[in-house]
Structures are given as C-alpha cells and as structure tokens.
Design a protein around this ligand. Structure first.
Ligand code: NCD
Ligand code: ZN
Length: 346
C-alpha cells in the first residue's frame, strides 16, 4: 500500500475567508496547504466593484503569514446594478478570475443577489465575450420549492436557459450536491464544470438529522440523500476534468451555528487534504487525487498547475484541532466521523 503520496500543490476553487479577525484566523489554515483559492465575495457589504475587490485582496495579503506562498484569486459579486465595463476592466487588469452569481436570498449574505436574471444579461454577454468565468450558487429561492429539490429545479429553470442564451459563457456550477447536477454536467461538452466540496463527499442528510440535529453539518446547498453523495464520490474520483475541488469552507463562530436558527456553512480548511486523501483511498482512487485537487481546476480557469508539491504520508490517525480560535470566538473544524491517516507535509 502507498505510504507516501506527492502531488502538485492543491488549489481551492471556492473558499470563504471573511474579513477582520475571522480572516486572520482562517487564512493560515488554507495557505498552509493550498497555493491559490477563488475567494468568495459575500462579505457584508459584498465585494461588488473592482475597487472593492482590490481593497479586499490587499486585506487578505496583509493577513497572510510571513512565509506563506498563497495567491487569492478575486471574484466580484454579481448584482442587478453591476456594470459590464467595470467587470471587463477588472478582468483585463488580472484582478478578478470570476464573477459570482447568488440568487437573491439563497444563502448567507446573499440579499444583494440577482432576482431578475434578465437584468444581468449585458454582464453575462460581456463575460462570454472576454472569457470570464461565472461561478453559480445553483439553488432557486422560490419558497414553494422544497429545499432538497432546489438545485435540480435551478438547473432546469435558471442555469439551462442562461447557458442556451449565452453558450460561450464559461460556467462553474459550484458545490454540486445532487446526481441531477452531475448528470447535467456530464451531458455537456464545453463551458461547464462543477466544483465538489470535501464535506459533500462525506456526509448525507442523515448525518445532519439522525440522533439529534448537528449544526456543524448544516451548509447550503444542504447535503442530500445517500444516492446523491455516491454520485458525487463517483464524479470526484473519476478523473473527469470537469470536476474539481471547491471546498466551500465557510467559517461561522460556534455560537452562531449552535443556535435556534444556525448559520449554514462547514469549516473544512484545516483538515481538507487529509479528509480527501482518506476518501480517495476508500474508493481506490488515490492516483486521481492530484487531478481533482491540483490539475483540473487550473486547467478550466486557464492557469498553469502549481510547480510546487506537497507530500502526504500515511500513518497513525492524524490529530487535528476540534476547533480553531479567532479573536471573536471559536470555529468548529469539520469532523468527517472517521479517523484520518494521511498527514500533509510530514
Ligand atoms: C456559505 C457562507 O457561509 O458564506 N455557506 C454555506 O453553507 N456554504 C455561503 C454559500 O456559499 O452558500
Ligand atoms: Zn460558498
């Protein structure tokens, strides 16, 4: 059995770093293993303009530990007021690598998201023209649609029409949670890829609800039934270049999750690579871990893969902190529910 595995340095194609004390606490957790990450713009207020993104990038770089080698890849939060020229200039200068579409009200800090998709047509057309990627939170917000069906309905009602109207638009369907999402990506020839999180490869909805409610497993899109998780596992470990890692590591202070109305988000930055190595080993696919974490995403975004490497070593169960501390309080680290044997950098 393999005891050491050396892979190119991984990238995270969907990451929440927040700001202030939270940023300072969680950034080192990602920068320790990852070379780059697509940084989500759902701050309060959101990162809407090129000027906002430049200022946020500066705050991230300020918060980086001295020796870290990490590049934040910035995004803009798409609103109905977004100016196509501002987006194009931000892309041309190399500042941004994607624009993020949140349907209004879909998730944490998405109140400024899009209600009327016709109002963002001009931006989407400009993005198609210049080859800028649209990252999509793929859930409808219609109160009549059951929360477990919101991804599948989004694909039919919103994503497929957008892609038919603008076939040259490059799209990432983020944090895919259903076999419907995998099937939709699987039947597409170009300009569509999907990110898959660490936690959705591990948990199904029973983990959230059986034997008591587990707030640290609650995220959006919410984990679905087991057959969907198995479809995600098959896609992630398949070697298909349309799938790559986007952890959606989304820290919230513990009191805000352990509450009568707890926030959505799983914090996986600390142990993601150990969890993924365990998952890929369980599926006999360790030889495809590098493609999922370090090659496919860069290729889709038109960036070179990292020249650096990390080495994972298999041994006794790896300790990791149950929570990390921020100046504002603790944040619980994702517990996959099984021991982790792969340690990074040992
Ligand atoms: C994210 C957050 O907390 O910002 N939460 C989550 O459950 N994933 C928002 C998001 O990406 O949906
Ligand atoms: Zn997210």
């Amino acid at each position: 059995m393999t005891q050491r595995l050396t892979i190119r340095r991984p990238d995270d194609w969907h990451l929440h770093l927040r700001d202030g004390a939270m940023l300072r606490a969680v950034l080192p957790e990602t920068a320790r293993h990852f070379g780059r990450a697509i940084i989500m713009p759902n701050l309060v207020p959101p990162v809407v303009t090129a000027a906002d993104a430049r200022a946020y990038r500066d705050r991230i770089l300020q918060a980086l530990p001295e020796a870290a080698d990490f590049t934040p890849l910035m995004t803009l939060y798409l609103t109905e007021e977004t100016d196509p020229a501002d987006v194009a200039a931000a892309h041309a200068s190399g500042l941004i690598h994607a624009v993020k579409l949140y349907p209004a009200g879909a998730t944490t800090n998405s109140a400024s998201g899009v209600r009327d998709f016709d109002k963002v047509r001009a931006v989407l057309e400009k993005m198609a023209e210049i080859g800028l990627t649209l990252c999509v939170h793929g859930e409808v917000t219609d109160p009549e649609i059951d929360i477990f069906d919101r991804e599948a309905v989004f694909i039919d009602r919103v994503l497929d029409p957008i892609r038919r109207q603008t076939p040259e638009l490059r799209v990432v369907l983020e944090h895919v949670t259903t076999r419907d999402g995998i099937a939709y990506i699987g039947e597409t020839e170009k300009n569509l890829a999907g990110t898959i999180t660490t936690h959705h490869l591990v948990i199904n909805r029973n983990h959230i609800l059986v034997g008591g409610i587990r707030p640290h497993y609650y995220c959006l899109p919410v984990a679905k039934r087991e057959s969907h998780r198995l479809a995600l596992r098959a896609a992630a470990t398949s070697g298909d270049p349309r799938y790559f890692l986007g952890t959606d590591s989304a820290p919230h202070l513990d009191p805000l999750k352990e509450s009568a109305c707890g926030c959505a988000g799983c914090f996986t930055a600390t142990n993601t690579m150990s969890v993924l190595a365990e998952v890929f080993e369980q599926d006999g696919a360790l030889d495809r871990l590098e493609a999922f974490t370090s090659l496919h995403g860069a290729r889709y975004y038109g960036l070179p893969a990292s020249d650096a490497t990390i080495t994972l070593t298999r041994g006794d169960p790896v300790p990791y902190p149950a929570r990390i501390d921020t100046a504002d309080g603790p944040v619980t680290v994702f517990d996959p529910g099984f021991p982790l044997h792969w340690q990074v950098g040992a």
